[in-house]
Design a protein around this ligand. Structure first.
Ligand SMILES: [Zn+2]
Length: 255
């Protein structure tokens, strides 16, 4: 039990600091010869532990989000109360990605899994079953939003809702509710943070609306049909140029 608790603390530390591989820490197996960087890593980890940070880290709510924008939403709502990771690495395409075994192990201990939904996480059911974590709260943040038709690769509809600030507010509220379920004691903080961030998204919505009003043309070109919801909200016409399943950084950007 003690070892589990400590391993969780070290894992949480490594999730944010990446100093030493945890498998080495716990088993003593070293994949590579000792280097000066390892010594520095040890010193850093010791200093960090002596500062009491690992205990604080251990108390943070462990969370995983499929996409960077969803992780950003979760951090806005959770603040310092949550720690976790983005499953799809920056620059990678969520349309082809699947979680790694190491991510799966961390999911087996996490409290909240933030998904987009609308078929984007085609791996979700398999991964949730494999994580076998009865405490894991899974939130599909697009649930309840009107879904636009997708292309041939998107039979469930176009999943790119997070690129619309208005839909993003819905997703932020879904994350808020999931965090409250996982950690009811901190509900007032999650509500306040979500309200503040929704206010920022509403301001962004007004800003875009004002900018679009000055445009002479309402047509734009995108290399991936990602901006359909944005176009719908602001009266723009997207002429999508399909280049196959290309990894594009539109997925990495919060609305
Ligand atoms: Zn996409």
């Amino acid at each position: 039990m003690m070892v589990d608790a400590y391993a969780a603390g070290v894992n949480a530390f490594l999730a944010t600091h990446r100093v030493l591989p945890i498998e080495f820490w716990l088993t003593g197996d070293r994949p590579e010869p000792w280097t000066p960087a390892d010594t520095i890593g040890w010193i850093k980890m010791l200093a960090w532990n002596l500062g009491g940070n690992w205990r604080r880290e251990l108390l943070r709510l462990q969370l995983a989000a499929s996409l960077l924008p969803l992780a950003a939403f979760a951090l806005q709502v959770g603040g310092a109360r949550v720690a976790g990771e983005t499953l799809v690495p920056p620059g990678a395409s969520p349309h082809t990605y699947e979680p790694t075994p190491a991510q799966l192990r961390r999911l087996s201990r996490a409290r909240v899994l933030v998904l987009n939904g609308v078929g984007l996480e085609f791996w979700a059911d398999k991964v949730i079953a494999a994580a076998a974590n009865p405490r894991l709260i899974v939130v599909r943040t697009a649930a309840g939003l009107p879904v636009l038709a997708g292309d041939a690769d998107e039979p469930g509809g176009n999943p790119h809702v997070w690129l619309s600030p208005r839909d993003a507010i819905h997703q932020v509220e879904a994350i808020r509710d999931a965090l409250i379920r996982a950690d009811p004691a901190d509900a007032p903080a999650y509500r306040a943070n979500a309200e503040r961030y929704a206010g920022e998204l509403r301001a962004l919505d007004r800003e875009i609306r004002a900018a679009v009003a000055t445009f002479r043309s309402r047509k734009f070109i995108a290399f991936h049909p990602a901006w359909a919801y944005f176009a719908r909200d602001y009266g723009l016409a997207e002429a999508a140029v399909k280049l196959g399943r290309v990894a594009l950084h539109v997925h990495d950007r919060p609305a």
